[in-house]
Ligand binder design. Structure first.
Ligand code: NAD
Ligand code: DAU
Length: 336
């Protein structure tokens, strides 16, 4: 089975490719990734050199390249991880978010239609459901409501994927997952940012009152769910993915401080993120009952692995936090 995996040099995509290729040899994966600031070929060391793996550097918005790859590798399946993924960056500048997340998805859908593919899986997010109050959960029926350029671009892509199913009969499935954590996550995201700042005794910038809630899932559990939906998900359907582990941001920050033996005076409450969604929480009953998925990692244990991974892989993140990332950090946080 030949699968075009896009964005496979990023956090979730690289974990996905490394996981799949360590488990199976009945797939051939073509990894199309532009290698933006978030893409890193070092993430794919375990997969490099495997005969059923091919990396291609390129942009999903490039029609000619995408067409060429479908033809050359007889692509019959697509798993679209490629995206601009960071909410704060989308607030600083939205254009590239719409270009990659919307136009890029359109290019992949059009090629999928031309080549009459067997399955198109769109990796989406719970952020398309907007924000919850103190109670309730996102189900697949929750109306789409978006509050950031990032989430609106992901929602636009989801609607387009569904339209291609209804209009052209394209065999699509959509997954909507909650916040991931784990090895290889770019240190702009909450958990790795706080780990690295702690290690460097830098301030920990907590937005607003620190009481915004996210529902955390270990990246391997997300990827196992993506694999299952890809194989067994009903065409045209949306599947929520989440591990029912709600945490206020400040709880996460304190857990990291505690594990790394640092004191709470590193915490600095800073100006809130504009349009900051208050609470996310996923109801994953559908994927559990229909497909038999359930998360297998326990939060405290997987957070330990994650923190230990960053402790053991200093060269990986030291290379990243120099250069381009440093400029973003200064714009986003000043010189803290
Ligand atoms: P990431 O930012 O770590 O990686 C994105 C990857 O896409 C990078 O390798 C980048 O080089 C590549 N890319 C970006 N623009 C591209 C383009 N135009 N053409 C080709 N490649 C391009 O993101 P992530 O956290 O791994 O997220 C992967 C997917 O999962 C995204 O679609 C995101 O919306 C979704 N998602 C993420 C989370 C999360 O918690 N991180 C949760 C739910 C869903
Ligand atoms: O819910 C799924 C989404 O989770 C994905 O679709 C996105 O791609 C992914 O980036 C993530 O979005 P969030 O905005 O929830 O993740 P982030 O790590 O940026 O922030 C998590 C929470 O922590 C959020 O409430 C904002 C807060 N935060 C974040 C940063 C970077 C801070 O308080 N301080 C910070 O410096």
């Amino acid at each position: 089975m030949n699968i075009l995996v896009t964005g496979g040099a990023g956090f979730i995509g690289s974990n996905f490719i490394n996981y799949i290729l360590s488990e199976r040899d009945d797939v051939f994966i073509v990894n199309l990734d532009k290698l933006t600031y978030a893409g890193n070929l070092e993430n794919l060391k375990p997969s490099e050199g495997k005969k059923n793996y091919q990396f291609v550097r390129g942009d999903i918005t490039n029609n000619e390249l995408v067409d060429y790859l479908f033809k050359k590798y007889s692509i019959k399946n697509v798993i679209n991880f490629a995206a601009e993924s960071h909410v704060d960056r989308s607030i600083l500048g939205s254009e590239v978010f719409y270009r990659t997340n919307v136009i890029g998805t359109n290019v992949l859908l059009e090629a999928s239609r031309r080549y009459n593919i067997d399955k198109f899986l769109q990796v989406s997010t719970d952020e398309v459901y907007g924000s919850l109050g103190a109670t309730g959960l996102f189900t697949e029926q929750t109306p789409i409501t978006t509050n950031s350029p990032y989430s609106s671009s992901k929602a636009a892509a989801d609607l387009m994927v569904q339209a291609f199913h209804h209009t052209y009969g394209l065999p699509v499935v959509i997954t909507r997952c909650s916040n991931n954590y784990g090895q290889l996550q770019f240190p702009e995201k909450l958990i790795p940012l706080m780990i690295l700042n702690c290690l460097k005794d830098k301030k920990l910038p907590v937005y607003g009152d620190g009481m915004n809630v996210r529902d955390w899932i270990y990246v391997i559990d997300h990827n196992k769910a993506v694999e299952l939906v890809f194989e067994k998900g009903r065409v045209g359907e949306v599947y929520n993915i989440g591990a029912s582990r709600e945490m206020a941001n400040i709880q996460i920050v304190k857990l990291i401080l505690n594990k790394l033996g640092k004191t709470e005076d590193l915490i600095e409450y800073v100006k809130d993120r504009p349009g900051h969604d208050r609470r996310y929480a996923i109801d994953s009953t559908k994927i559990q009952t229909e497909l038999g998925w359930k998360p297998s990692f326990e939060f405290e244990q997987a957070m330990e692995y994650t923190i230990d991974w960053y402790l053991a892989n200093k060269t990986w993140w030291e290379r990243i936090i120099s250069g381009e990332y440093q400029k973003y950090y200064e714009v986003q946080y000043g010189n803290r």
